[in-house]
Design a protein around this ligand. Structure first.
Ligand SMILES: [Zn+2]
Length: 264
């Protein structure tokens, strides 16, 4: 599932590839409703102006309105020589043998039209980006007793984090998967806040390429330190990585490095 880093990589790729208006647009999935297809076609066939990301959301503004891509679980935008590719749902041609495709194996993603330079209503509720949070802000928004993981998953508190980032960050800063914000000492709070944006910057740098990968795809490599590494040795202490449900999400952790307050 895409989090901030994957959506930012898609945004950067689009900015690099999509410099002119589309010559041809093909809707390839009948499950896409007809709603707004004509207006999206017109926008795709006009000049793109801005490529915006906010949290996990992606908006392309053009001379003829905006296009809001929801990648949801498995969506991605890739460059191909033809539109005729498995799981392609929308394709637009930029030049000879040069197509951009919205592919989506689980078909949960969507594409919406935005009037003029308007932004999706989802943006109104989003919390700040990771680089803009502080301990004082979290003290106010999370409170001592709330589970930290569920708070960080809440896009209204901070935008762009997901299960994978939180799993990795908790391991990096030796935070128990079940910790509450009030369980952290001041140094941990400072470290975690200061570490959010650099975590994504490093992941973007490592994973940047023509196609984002999801770890649940066949043959995909796993770029993460402990996410989906059940039973493998902790990179820090070699104890086997364990898994538990926290905030209804599968959470990987090192029972030694992240030992505080574990209730099994
Ligand atoms: Zn460990």
């Amino acid at each position: 599932m895409p989090e901030l880093a994957e959506v930012e990589i898609v945004r950067r790729n689009l900015e690099k590839w999509w410099t002119s208006s589309a010559l041809e647009v093909r809707w390839l999935d009948s499950r896409f409703g007809k709603k707004d297809q004509d207006r999206i076609d017109l926008a795709l066939k006009s000049k793109p102006l801005r490529f915006l990301r906010r949290g996990k959301h992606l908006v392309i503004q053009t001379q003829k309105g905006g296009i809001y891509f929801h990648l949801r679980m498995t969506g991605k935008i890739v460059k191909r020589e033809t539109w005729d590719i498995k799981f392609a749902r929308l394709a637009f041609k930029l030049s000879k043998n040069n197509w951009l495709l919205f592919i989506d194996t689980r078909r949960l993603g969507s594409v919406d039209f935005l009037e003029g330079e308007s932004l999706p209503r989802q943006f109104e509720d989003l919390g700040p980006e990771p680089e803009a949070v502080s301990v004082a802000y979290f003290n106010e928004r999370i409170g001592k007793k709330k589970g930290l993981k569920s708070a960080l998953l809440d896009q209204k508190i901070v935008a762009g984090l997901g299960n994978i980032a939180i799993t990795e960050l908790f391991w990096i800063y030796k935070i128990s998967p079940q910790a509450k914000w009030g369980d952290l000492d001041e140094a941990q709070k400072e470290e975690l806040c200061a570490g959010l944006a650099p975590y994504f910057d490093a992941l973007i740098e490592k994973e940047e390429g023509d196609e984002i990968a999801y770890t649940n795809e066949p043959g995909a490599s796993n770029p993460f330190l402990i996410y989906k590494r059940l039973g493998e040795p902790c990179p820090q202490c070699s104890v086997a990585i364990e898994r538990m449900k926290v905030a209804s999400r599968s959470t990987y952790f090192c029972p030694s490095c992240q030992a505080s307050d574990l209730k099994k």
